[in-house]
Design a binder for this molecule. Structure first.
Ligand SMILES: Nc1ncnc2c1ncn2[C@@H]1O[C@H](COP(=O)(O)OP(=O)(O)OP(=O)(O)O)[C@@H](O)[C@H]1O
Length: 305
């Protein structure tokens, strides 16, 4: 289906992604999945359900290839790549911040709308592993789209889930209840948590858990942002110049802190998140301080601090 001279554009935990071109010139991203032992029926069912998904903030799945153990998924090509490139890239953080506040706000809102759609009605899905900046792709107009929501994840058993959380370093986006059932059951609210962590990263332009930071109180940055919020201080975030920008940043921070509440039932539904982002800053209450836990470093140590 894809052009033979397809170029490699990325690698994920589940396989390589190539850029390709359909005979009519349409650009596509072809994700060639690693070989899997799971049965094909599950794959086909999952692809069929993804095929029924249609939303402006979800990457469109155009088709799939399936031949014994070889499986590939064909998506619309997103010319601006994934969000991590814009929020973590030194090149961008040293010069003028690449994405303006208005754009960051639009991205946060777009992702919220996409997740709200996935959580709604019969399309209901939980992303479980957390949604991270690599899963947010930006199209040519910088409209954010969620990609890869859960397909490969369904093939994993519980054990491999635990080892992946340890091995892949995406722990910062995963809700506490995914590590330990003491916090409650896994639900849509687990995605709400991941969303909150992702938006905090958008705001700060830095990973939530950053080993390069020397001051220990800064390692887990949401704590110091919370302090600013609680004391009504200006948030210690760069490039917020105008009142409008301050308001957008504050709104994003308030929403994120609601989303990362430790108890799942205290987190808002995604529909409420969309409302909060679109509504007045004044109508959002200051969230309680979330209990900020350190996710386990290895699969064996599911401790909290
Ligand atoms: N539709 C697409 N258009 C453009 N680039 C894409 C597309 N899909 C994926 N990519 C690129 O390929 C990279 C790897 O994507 P992929 O979905 O395989 O992995 P991931 O999201 O990083 O992780 P995982 O699959 O392990 O959750 C992305 O970060 C992005 O840069």
């Amino acid at each position: 289906m894809a052009h033979s001279s397809a170029e490699l554009i990325g690698k994920g935990g589940y396989g390589c992604v190539y850029k390709g071109k359909l005979p009519d010139g349409h650009l596509v991203a072809v994700k060639v999945l690693k070989e899997s032992k799971s049965d094909g029926e599950e794959f086909i069912n999952e692809v069929a359900s993804m095929g029924r998904t249609s939303h402006v903030n979800i990457v469109t799945l155009l088709g799939f290839c399936y031949e014994r153990t070889k499986r590939a998924l064909i998506y619309d090509y997103m010319s601006n790549g994934s969000l991590d490139k814009f929020i973590f890239n030194q090149e961008f953080s040293n010069t003028a911040r690449c994405l303006e506040w208005k754009m960051l706000y639009e991205i946060a809102l777009g992702i919220a709308r996409g997740l709200e759609y996935l959580h709604r009605g019969c399309n209901t899905r939980i992303l479980h592993f957390g949604i991270k900046p690599q899963n947010i792709l930006l199209d040519k107009d910088f409209c954010p789209k969620i990609s890869d929501f859960g397909l490969a994840k369904l093939w994993l058993n519980k054990e491999s889930i635990v080892s992946m959380i340890g091995a892949r370093g995406t722990a910062g986006y995963i809700a506490p209840e995914v590590f330990s059932r003491n916090f409650g059951g896994v639900s849509h609210k687990s995605d709400v948590y991941s969303y909150g962590m992702l938006v905090l990263e958008l705001v700060r332009g830095r990973k939530n858990i950053d080993a390069r930071v020397h001051n220990t109180s800064e390692i887990y940055f949401p704590s110091c942002i919370y302090e600013d919020l609680e004391l009504g201080r200006d948030l210690r975030i760069s490039k917020v110049a105008t009142e409008e920008e301050k308001e957008m940043a504050r709104k994003m921070v308030m929403v994120s802190f609601w989303c990362i509440q430790t108890t799942p039932s205290e987190r808002p539904q995604m529909s409420k998140v969309v409302d909060m982002l679109e509504g007045d800053l004044q109508s959002i209450q200051i969230p309680p301080k979330p209990f900020l836990f350190s996710p386990p470093r290895s699969p064996q140590r599911s401790t909290k601090s």
